[in-house]
Design a protein around this ligand. Sequence first.
Ligand code: GLN
Length: 218
Amino acid sequence: MAKRDKIGVLDLQGGVHEHVYHLQALGIEPVRVKVAEQFDDLAGLILPGGESTCLIRLLNIFEITPKLKAAHADGMKIWGTCAGSILIANEIENDKAHLQLMDISVNRNAFGFQLDSFNTKVLVPKVSNDEIDLTFIRAPKITKVGENVEVLLKLDDYIAAAESENCLATVFHPELTPSLAFHKYFVEKCGVTVTSDLTERPDRTSWMKYARYTEVSK
Ligand code: GLN
């Protein structure tokens, strides 16, 4: 079995740098994954937000898909953020499913257009004792989870974060808000040690300049 002790960020399309910066703030130097051979040392892989149809096309064109699935079966945990959560879902209600690694159903673009994107601030008890800013950018909704999936955050009529033994799914973008809590949570889920005790990235990310908060009910 491969020695899996690194964290990777799939570097084909989407919000790659922001995940890298968050991991670096935690003292982790991630692998920017562009080819399948890089999966060999990974304890965990982040699939960034972006565009799920574009990401799956690139994964298939570069023949990464079967190797990603094999690495996952060999113990590499996966965190899908937004488009990434669509990629790992077993079922997409309004589209064809892709990697099918987690027993969740999602509804793509469930909040409407890009301009219907929003931010909110909530407590996610399993992940942090402090409220966390969350940003939803043309996000999907998780509409159903299987028995082996734990809901980490439910808002209004949908699930916003969930986890199974080997996957974490968030429909929002923790890499675009200052809190490092979700990144720390995933890194530790992968059995990798966080060496910094920062709880927020030192510089606020530019996205937060545009923050407009929306009330949600829990
Ligand atoms: N709307 C995108 C999709 O369906 C996801 C958006 C995102 O990752 N921020 O793939």
